[in-house]
Design a protein around this ligand. Structure first.
Ligand code: FAD
Length: 366
């Protein structure tokens, strides 16, 4: 199956997956942040912060690991799931034929449009953004730097990116809320940065939905939801590989325990949600609040904020604490330890009172 993902992960994600470096195509040490107003900020440039991977190969290797551990791979499409006799009946299609399966417990890791969640009565994640991904060829200034493009004018409620894959290979992407279309955002982006996008050759385009704000519940009788199906996605970047793997580890442990105890009721499975939230729930909640605050900023506020972040006094703090899996750590440290940022923050707070409440909730003791 072709990838619907840009494949940018942290080095710890590779460890979490138990997969070696053979899937790494490029190493990222820094990022250029571009604003709609034409500002640009270079961050990082030292150690490896992120890896660009072959996402298809990652999925294949995970699948092979599961098969080695005794899983049986059935290439089938699940059409409908229903509860029956204390278990679940799955109506599937394989090679044009009906296939019925029964299970005591189903792990729904079937993505942003999870049919498992829908047909077994679990609510969807609260928000969605719509992404466009492009695999292409483009000569970029530095292969070890990604480019991030921010601003409502470019990508309402989301952002754009260029991720070099090595040589002249790139993965370009952009996302937006339902008020716009990713393809229009991409055209605006390429027009707004003609020098960067000059000579861009598009090899493959794909779309994808990014669920945001985790689902109200990731478990119910006979079912656990994992990954995009449960909205276990980083609210800043939409990255869901790391969070999905972490939740998958907890789902596997909960499933083994529930089957051993012969209790696959919602009450017996509740520990799963507690477990994954205890590891990543706080970060996802904080990042989601910070994102909400950021959505209240105007493009010119963003321009000023990005310019302020370029101050050389901040670089050591950013270098030390930047982490693509836990971005709230560096942001809260910046906000907490830098009185210099407060005039900017106040500026953005003048209008939306909601942002002020949001910011207060984020601050230590809030
Ligand atoms: C444009 C774009 C770029 C992205 N870039 C990154 C990135 O750089 N880094 C990152 O960490 N994340 C990225 N993401 C997010 C990432 O792709 C997802 O979070 C991640 O793939 C979620 O994994 P998942 O296994 O939960 O769902 P998916 O990867 O969507 O997998 C779901 C699987 O379920 C199968 N399935 C679905 N329905 C059925 C059915 N009815 N019957 C049988 N099988 C079914 C699908 O075929 C698929 O194999 C990006 C997303 C988009 C849209």
């Amino acid at each position: 199956m072709p990838s619907h993902c840009s494949g940018l992960i942290s080095p710890r994600t590779l460890e979490e997956a138990g997969v070696g470096e053979q899937i790494v195509a490029n190493r990222v040490t820094g990022a250029y942040i571009h604003t709609a107003g034409g500002g640009v900020l270079a961050l990082g440039g030292g150690e490896t912060r992120a890896l660009v991977i072959d996402r298809v190969r990652l999925d294949e290797l995970l699948c092979e690991q599961a098969q080695t551990d005794g899983a049986e791979l059935l290439r089938a499409r699940m059409v409908q799931a229903e509860r029956e006799n204390g278990g679940v009946r799955l109506h599937c299609q394989r090679d044009g034929r009906d296939l019925q399966l029964t299970a005591r417990l189903v792990l729904g890791a079937d993505g942003a449009h999870s049919r498992v969640a829908r047909t077994l009565g679990l609510a969807a994640p609260r928000e969605r953004v719509y992404g466009l991904g492009i695999e292409g060829r483009l000569t970029v200034p530095r292969e070890e730097f990604v480019h991030v493009f921010v601003g409502h004018r470019l990508a309402p409620s989301w952002f754009g990116w260029i991720i070099p894959t090595g040589g002249d290979g790139v993965r370009v992407g952009i996302g937006c809320d339902a008020s716009d279309k990713p393809i229009y955002c991409y055209r605006r982006l390429a027009d707004a940065f003609p020098r960067l996008f000059r000579g861009m050759e598009v090899c493959r385009m794909y779309g994808g939905t990014i669920p945001l704000g985790f689902a109200p519940r990731s478990y119910a009788d006979n079912v656990l939801l994992v990954g995009d199906a449960a909205g276990q996605v980083k609210p800043f970047s939409g990255g869901g590989i790391y969070t999905g793997l972490v939740a998958g580890r907890h789902a596997a442990a909960a499933a083994v325990a529930a089957l051993a105890a012969d209790d696959t009721t919602a009450a017996g499975l509740r520990g799963y949600e507690r477990a994954w939230k205890s590891e990543i729930g706080r970060e996802l909640t904080r990042s989601s609040r910070i994102r909400r605050f950021g959505l209240g900023l105007s493009d010119s506020d963003v321009d000023r904020l990005v310019a302020a972040l370029g101050h050389e006094a901040l670089q050591p703090l950013i270098d030390r604490h930047a982490d693509i899996d836990y971005p709230s750590r560096v942001i809260l440290r910046l906000a907490h330890s830098l009185p210099a940022l407060w005039p900017l923050v106040r500026l953005s707070l003048r209008r939306p009172l909601a942002s002020l409440q949001m910011l207060r909730a984020l601050l230590p003791g809030g």
